[in-house]
Design a protein around this ligand. Sequence first.
Ligand code: ADP
Ligand code: MG
Length: 253
Amino acid sequence: MSVNTVAPAAAPPAVIAERLCVSYDGGRVALAEVTFSLAPGEVLGIIGPNGSGKSTLLKATAGLLRVRSGSLEVLGKKPDALPPGSIAYVPQIDAVDWSFPATVRDVVAMGRFPKLGRFRPFATRDRRLVEDALASVRMLHLADRPIGELSGGQQQRTFIARALAQEPAIYLLDEPATGVDAATEETLLEIVRRLAGEGKPVMMSTHDLERAREWFDRLLVLETRQIFEGSTDEVLSAHPQLAHSHAHGHSKP
Ligand code: ADP
Ligand code: MG
């Protein structure tokens, strides 16, 4: 038992959404009446069928979409009012343009750019963070390869490494485990749980609930509107059919 028995003050939530509604320009509502909060060190799984608003919620939390009504606070502020680099947002892999000629290491180094600003050069610490991130996702041996030549799993690892190198205060991951090989999925699970152990908040969308209890502390089930929200155990115990409704196989490494 620790001698430091003074309980820490409960940390304020990392994300607070209240009756959040988001719509695209000229479009209908893509997300409605979403209410949840996420504590530091918790992993929130966002689930729901295609078109249910998972990516929309992550983009809004990243400050990339305007809130139409309701409220959304990230680390106590509107997401677009946070210091640069506070939020790491990893888009769905199929939303990425692979035509630019960058190596894996180049892409990971981009994670440092928000915190470099315009005047501070890339320094020893930045280089070390990039190498550490490459090691975390087990991509050091592929660091000099052009990103476009890699498998989906390797590309996903690269983007996770870029997020790690950023040293953000919160991670938003859009279906990082969809379509990746089994080894990549294990690496991602290990990293996500490590981040939570370090007190980082993580929001992550997924199709696959088979191992939801290993991945997620809480679940948010969307179908444009919020269907359920609660601890993973609460949601899966109340709705056991969820765990079997989105099963899929692995791709090759
Ligand atoms: P999911 O990630 O759960 O598959 P999305 O958040 O991508 O769902 O989409 C939610 C809804 O918003 C869908 O009806 C989709 O067609 C719509 N939508 C997504 N992106 C755009 C966009 N850029 N412009 C207009 N509508 C969009
Ligand atoms: Mg999506």
